[in-house]
Design a protein around this ligand. Structure first.
Ligand SMILES: Nc1nc2c(ncn2[C@@H]2O[C@H](COP(=O)(O)OP(=O)(O)OP(=O)(O)O)[C@@H](O)[C@H]2O)c(=O)[nH]1
Ligand SMILES: [Mg+2]
Length: 426
């Protein structure tokens, strides 16, 4: 059994695939197909043809209907496909049943995405998370094989080597999973420390979130002068980058660019990437980037909102950033959207159009997080003054007879500390 994430170099031979697209709504056909082809490209899989199956819900034994199964078997053989790729989440039993009929490997959507992630992982944390996702994904499949054997148990001679092997495989996977979790915990501890030390600065944190390929890294590079990989392929970014961004009038914030979301993002993946995605959870607010040049931008946006919900970050303050307006078909639509959606702006991360609006919106959000206060701090608590400088913007400081008078914009935690000394207007 493989003990480390599958790392595939670009020299790996391209595998050919017959794609099986399973979606209910005809209107989504093109979008779903294009997206799947994009995922194939990112995984180094060459699509040969697409077979479509419209399903209310998957069949128990084979996921797709029996007529379709036969059709696919013939076409796959005809085209000599290396794999049959099913755009859904297929159980271990379904996978085995299908492989028997197709006489090829069967790969599902989750495995495909995991493969792309395995290719993209660069940091230790990324690699650990991908391996954890792969193993947690594999575990129930292994279990189902095991259960099948167990059901046959009882007759003399049924306690075969197969079962023993599965038993030990299962234990190996479990051990590895628990070791990975420990290692990730350690990485997370370091990340928590970094976050705490960032917290010592007066700057709020924001994360750029959005559907994969929405332009998050392009925007990050523009705002922070970074050199994050920008690529039209899905999941170009896996590991998060955080930079301090200077805003107009002396404000600043920490901005993080991270992994993109996708519809039907496998939950194993979100769970395994919890430590990376925590950057989003701990953010003070979110920049939700929406690619308005994509015909399916609305369902992309909904998929992102769903994932944010899963992460418990649904109610965070957010600026909706409509991106790629240079490529949008209908500029009036974009203007309408900005008018319709509260706290939204329209930009092109490529050309820089609309950046002033975005920076102004971010500044407003930062100001919202910093509360304006006036306080008179007794001389017995002068250390608080330094903290005001550390946790906000001090606008005025006067040494008076009865204490130090300050006017400042401060983060919430600091406002709390000063509560007893705050002067409310008469
Ligand atoms: N026309 C146009 N293209 C853009 C714009 N912003 C980004 N792109 C293109 O969109 C593609 C994806 O951009 P990225 O910045 O890699 O997107 P991302 O959201 O970071 O994607 P992942 O990291 O894969 O989730 C690239 O080909 C970019 O050049 C824009 O404002 N206009
Ligand atoms: Mg990116």
């Amino acid at each position: 059994m493989s003990r480390s994430p599958k790392t595939i170099s670009n020299e790996d031979p391209i595998e050919t695939a017959l794609l099986v697209v399973v979606n209910q709504d005809e209107l989504d056909d093109t979008v779903v197909e294009e997206e799947l082809i994009g995922l194939c490209e990112a995984a180094g899989v060459q699509p040969l043809t697409i077979v479509r199956q419209r399903l209310e819900r998957p069949y128990k034994g084979t996921y797709i209907g029996s007529g379709k199964v036969e059709e696919i078997a013939i076409v796959a053989k005809d085209l000599k496909a290396d794999i049959v790729l099913i755009d859904g989440e297929v159980s271990g039993m379904q996978q085995r049943n299908l492989e028997k009929v197709f006489e090829t490997r069967v790969v599902d959507r989750t495995q495909l995405i995991l493969d792309i992630f395995a290719r993209r992982a660069r940091t230790k944390e990324g690699m650990l998370q991908v391996e954890l996702a792969q193993l947690t994904y594999m575990m129930p499949k292994l279990m189902s094989v095991y259960t099948k054997f167990e059901r046959q148990k009882g007759g003399i001679g049924m306690r075969g080597p197969g079962e023993t092997k599965l038993e030990s495989d299962k234990r190996l996977v479990r051990d590895r999973i628990s070791r990975l979790k420990d290692e990730i915990k350690e990485v997370k501890r370091v990340r928590d420390q970094q976050r705490t030390s960032r917290r010592k600065h007066p700057f709020p944190f924001a994360s750029i979130v959005g559907y994969t390929s929405a332009g998050k890294s392009t925007l990050m590079n523009r705002m922070a002068d970074t050199d994050v990989l920008v690529d039209a392929m899905p999941f170009a970014t896996l590991d998060p980058t955080t930079r301090k961004i200077d805003l107009p009038d002396g404000y600043a914030l920490f901005l993080t660019d991270t992994v993109g979301f996708i519809r039907n993002l496998p939950t194993h993946l979100v769970a395994a990437f919890q430590s990376t995605l925590e950057e989003v959870t701990f953010s003070d607010f979110i920049l939700h980037l929406v690619d308005v040049s994509a015909p399916s931008w609305e369902s992309q946006r909904d998929a992102v909102l769903e994932t944010l919900h899963y992460l418990g970050a649904k109610d965070k303050p957010a600026i909706t950033v409509f991106n790629k307006i240079d490529a949008a078909n209908d500029p009036t639509l974009v203007r309408g959207l900005v008018a319709e959606f509260p706290n939204s702006v329209a930009i092109s991360a490529t050309t820089g159009e609309g950046m002033d609006d975005l920076l102004a919106a971010i500044k407003r959000q930062v100001q919202d997080l910093l509360g304006y206060i006036k306080a008179l701090i007794p001389y017995s608590h002068t250390s608080l003054i330094q903290e005001c400088y550390n946790f906000g913007r001090v606008l005025k400081e006067e040494y008076r007879e009865d204490g130090i008078y300050i006017e400042a914009e401060l983060v919430k935690e600091m406002q709390g500390l000063l509560a007893p000394y705050i002067i409310t207007e008469a």
